[in-house]
Design a protein around this ligand. Structure first.
Ligand SMILES: Cc1ncc(COP(=O)(O)O)c(C=O)c1O
Length: 352
């Protein structure tokens, strides 16, 4: 209420108001990054990131993601070229990226899937060799760190989502992390219709601004994010302990990051589990437990992508297999131990 009262009192509702400025600064500090531009959602962040770097032609990306990753390319008139993922991390496999490069390739758009970092070194090496830009869809990677610090420092730009389902949320929201003040300035122009001042428009920008009310919720959430992450970590640990000896259930391992955000708890329902993935999904649902088949269907199975040569299942065997097996179990700070026991009991029941 005090935050809302502050908005009513100063009568600034949007257009880079005080909460917007505070949140950009606070997030830079929290995440350990230099420059960050808030957005009204992550998808507009992705669309604008591609505009900011003037990406055209073909961009290599993953089919194993939320559909917004590839949609951001189509919204820019860019052709997505899909490459397969690595079976362990479910992130783009660098070897497959290199094989997908053509003379039209201008960039790579990898996803830190489930907040598990991509092979950033290998990806940067390919980008350097072929003079490509790298835009990370880091929608899942809030707060994740590798040995050198925030994973958001890698590539040319990284894009976060602050959607209601994310570890840190502003109800709807997102951000672009950029390396220098000049790039941030261009992004800030692009997210405000291209306006530089009252009478100057320098680019065909969009309206991607975060409102004061969303930024205020961000400032509030930031106070609780440490506690939320600690609770998620405890849930993750308990799931791993309870499920490690259930035949046919494999918990997806992290990618060796230093600090995780425990944003998802994906399991693979393998052939030696007595039920199919979809049967387990339904059984959980019948018990009022709502797991998610995340990511299924693959992006490449949707009508606007499936006709593309790179979308064929033969090109994407690992992503295709993962989409058939994956189930993300409930994980959120308020999940109680009793509730977690119930979830595990339903999964175990079928296995005995
Ligand atoms: C991998 C990925 N990319 C992009 C998005 C889009 O973000 P938003 O919902 O904030 O537009 C999401 C989630 O919503 C996502 O999971």
């Amino acid at each position: 209420m005090p935050y809302l009262e502050a908005i009513w009192a100063n009568k600034i509702l949007t257009n880079g108001g005080p909460f917007h400025q505070q949140l950009e600064k606070a997030l830079c500090e929290y995440l350990g990054v230099q420059h960050l531009a808030l957005f009204s959602n992550g998808t507009l962040g992705l669309v604008t990131a591609l505009q900011a770097l003037r990406i055209t032609g073909e961009v290599i990306t993953t089919p194993y993601s939320f559909v917004a990753t590839a949609h951001s390319l189509l919204w820019n008139g860019i052709k997505p070229v899909f490459a397969d993922v690595h079976p362990d991390t479910l992130n783009l496999d660098p070897a497959r990226i290199e094989a997908a490069i053509t003379p039209h390739t201008t960039a790579i758009m990898p996803v830190h899937c489930y907040g598990h970092p991509c092979d950033v070194q290998a990806i940067q090496k390919i980008a350097d060799n072929y003079n490509l830009k790298v835009i990370y869809d880091a929608a899942h990677a809030f707060g994740v760190q590798d040995a050198g610090g925030s994973v958001l420092r890698h590539g040319d730009l990284s894009v976060l989502s602050f959607h209601a389902t994310k570890v840190f949320n502003t109800f709807e929201g997102g951000a672009i992390i950029c390396p220098d003040a000049k790039t941030k300035q261009r992004i800030d122009h692009l997210k405000n219709f291209g306006f530089v001042d009252e009478t100057t428009v320098v680019a065909p920008g969009i309206n991607g601004k975060m409102s004061e009310i969303n930024a205020a919720f961000g400032m509030l959430q930031l106070q609780y994010v440490g506690d939320a992450l600690a609770k998620r970590q405890a849930i993750d640990t308990a799931y791993r302990a309870a499920l490690h000896n259930v035949p046919g259930i494999r918990c997806v391992q992290d990618a060796g990051q230093q600090v995780s955000n425990y944003s998802y708890f994906p399991i693979m329902v393998e052939p030696d589990y007595p039920l199919s993935r979809d049967a387990l999904y339904q059984k959980l649902k019948d018990n009022h437990i709502f797991a998610r088949r995340y990511f299924y269907p693959l992006i490449t199975d949707f009508p606007m992508y499936r006709g593309m040569p790179s979308a064929s299942r033969e090109n994407l065997p690992e992503a295709t297999a993962a989409a058939q097996k994956v189930l993300c179990l409930p994980i959120y700070p308020a999940l109680t131990l009793e509730q977690q026991d119930q979830i595990v009991a339903v999964i175990r029941e079928a296995a005995v």
